[in-house]
Design a protein around this ligand. Structure first.
Ligand SMILES: [Zn+2]
Length: 476
């Protein structure tokens, strides 16, 4: 059986989940469910990243012990995954000393044995927000691009990793699409980064500065740099470094890493360099999504435009949430949301659109078709173009295609008016209703990766030949 290994980035637990985390989960879930529908054996991993100085400081400022702080926040990410109906197979936590640490430490040792780890003095910038060492050229007006904050200047003895040694090989893999980056613009961005020159990166921090992380094997005075410990989650979760690495043998390399654009460098350069040094295969694809904005601005407490994912899901539903983030946002650009926009899209396309269509068709079928239903062969051939778009991970375009079919069916009802025709030409009307049900079934099948609960409800209604309870209640 063909396998498909898909991961989200692991979420940094310095704060509770926001919409960006939820977006990444639903994108990954739609792809995972689609791949399963093709008959592949899918392994879908998500989890939380729990080390680093930012977490220690956030715990301190909330007056909590670091362990308690990460446990509490990690639980919220797990809740988000559940409430969004995400079909992940595993949830990894980097503070898990049994499951994660052995793999991270094994990889370190292999990099070291390859001669790619060396000790040196680091003097330069560190953005705690990014948990990243920055160079002069990463700064805009002396500030980090993502955090609008001046980085800290640090000077310490660290271990370094020879990324530079692998720059040529990585460039080749990316340019040839052996390691394919979606979209193309992000691929070009990485190639330009490599072109400008890759410097070796610091891979550890002194324990006296940071005492919360994975110890460096063989040197108790040093703790692994948070990214050096986070990236190996993609293999430690499969059992790399543990006694049972059968999943690792089966599922590595990853078919797809889904990430945000701010961590592209770590996934397209640092991680491949680590894998090359350890003589492990490179992931096949990296899917880079944009950020979520509200009226063109980043969400922030200061502006007061933050939308809590839990609130939105509880007020509407997981499927309504999934609809908005998979259809109303294009996967590779920044997307925009306000509560008002969300409600408008919900009312127009779910309550009045899909929901209304299902009621109308199933009402006619229940009234006029009756028992004939069980003898039908429901044609589940998906629409032309659907597979083509899904294979290119064009999630919102695939949803557009489904909604095009929804409005085609609406039009067909308007034009043929089977509810009137039934009085004058019963056979013809029944034939039309039957066609409508078959098309509705096709829509339900195509919706499955995106809106699994809704898809199931429609399919059950068709099987029972009964008009279902309204799928989406209009919001005033
Ligand atoms: Zn930053």
């Amino acid at each position: 059986m063909e396998k498909f290994y898909i991961t989200t980035a692991i979420d940094y637990v310095n704060a509770p989940p926001h919409l960006g985390h939820a977006l990444e989960k639903v994108e990954a879930d739609a792809i995972a469910r689609y791949q399963r529908s093709l008959g592949k054996e899918v392994y879908f991993l998500t989890g939380t990243d729990e080390h680093g100085i930012k977490i220690v400081r956030s715990a301190e400022s909330s007056g909590k012990k670091v362990e308690d702080f990460v446990n509490e926040n990690s639980k919220k990410f797990l809740e988000l995954v559940k409430i969004l109906n995400i079909s992940n197979d595993d949830f990894i936590r980097t503070s898990d000393q049994k499951k994660h640490w052995p793999g991270a430490q094994k990889l370190w040792k292999i990099l070291d044995e390859a001669g790619d780890i060396y000790k040196s003095k680091y003097k330069g910038y560190y953005c705690v927000g990014c948990e990243a060492y920055l160079t002069e050229k990463d700064l805009v007006d002396g500030k980090c691009l993502y955090h609008d904050k001046e980085p800290e200047i640090i000077e310490e003895d660290n271990y370094f990793f020879k990324i530079s040694k692998y720059a040529g090989e990585i460039k080749k893999a990316i340019a040839s699409d052996k390691l394919k980056i979606f979209p193309e613009s992000r691929k070009n961005e990485v190639l330009a980064m490599i072109e400008r020159g890759i410097e070796d990166t610091s891979f550890s921090r002194p324990r006296e500065k940071l005492n919360w992380g994975v110890p460096v094997p063989g040197d108790d005075s040093q703790i692994m740099y948070v990214w050096c410990d986070a990236l190996p989650n993609y293999i430690s979760a499969l059992g790399y470094g543990s006694d049972d690495d059968s999943k690792f043998k089966k599922f590595w390399p990853a078919n797809m890493h889904i990430i945000g654009k701010d961590i592209l460098r770590f996934h397209a350069i640092v991680w491949p360099a680590m894998l090359l040094s350890a003589k492990l295969s490179l992931p096949k694809n990296i899917f880079v999504h944009g950020f979520i904005l509200s009226e063109g601005k980043r969400m922030s407490k200061t502006i007061g435009n933050v939308i809590d994912p839990f609130e939105l899901i509880n007020e509407y539903s997981a499927d309504a949430f999934r609809y908005y983030f998979l259809r109303e946002m294009t996967p590779f650009d920044d997307g925009d949301i306000t509560k008002e926009k969300f409600k408008e899209a919900y009312n127009a396309n779910l309550a009045n659109g899909l929901g209304n269509l299902v009621s109308r068709i199933m009402k006619m079928s229940e009234q006029h078709i009756g028992h004939l239903m069980s003898n039908w062969t429901l044609n589940v051939q998906v629409m032309k173009g659907y597979k083509n778009l899904m294979d290119k991970f064009e999630l919102s375009k695939t949803m557009d295609l489904i909604w095009q079919e929804i409005s085609n069916l609406d039009m067909k009802i308007q034009e043929t008016q089977p509810f009137k025709l039934i009085k004058t030409n019963e056979n013809k009307a029944k034939e039309i209703i039957k066609e409508l049900v078959i098309d509705l079934n096709k829509i339900a099948v195509m919706l499955q990766p995106f809106m699994p609960e809704t898809s199931e409800k429609i399919i059950s209604a068709i099987k029972a030949n009964k008009m279902p309870e309204p799928l989406f209640l209009r919001k005033e």
